[in-house]
Design a protein around this ligand. Sequence first.
Ligand SMILES: [Zn+2]
Length: 146
Amino acid sequence: MTECLLPEVMYFCLVSIGDFGKGYGILMNQQRKGRVKHVPQRTCIACRQVAGKRALIRLVRTEHGVVVDPTGKQAGRGAYLHPERACWEVVVKGNRLEQALRTKLSADNRQELLAFAQTLPEAEAFRTPAPEQDDQERAAFADGSA
Ligand SMILES: [Zn+2]
């Protein structure tokens, strides 16, 4: 390759090859360690069901109150909720969100979060129907406390 004959370019070529080798090594390691992809699990603070992080909406405590964190990366104490109206209403109207985030919701903040909840679909849309048991019973079994 004629481009690699200049010393600077040659150096660049070597670095590129080095980086590629490293990347390839990491890729191989990941494949060797196991095929199961690690999905971070989080618990909805309303219904206590565990779900993949991406299946839940993160709320974060900021100095301006509790806000929705669409990126899931905003700094601050966070809590997770299903994208379901029912889960939001139970924790926003009660004090469970405040407990989880160790904060007090202002009346305005509470209204904002309830307004956001109104944009979310009802629970049924996201759940596989589970006959007989209601959410609380299922949560109790999942805890192993039964
Ligand atoms: Zn939930």
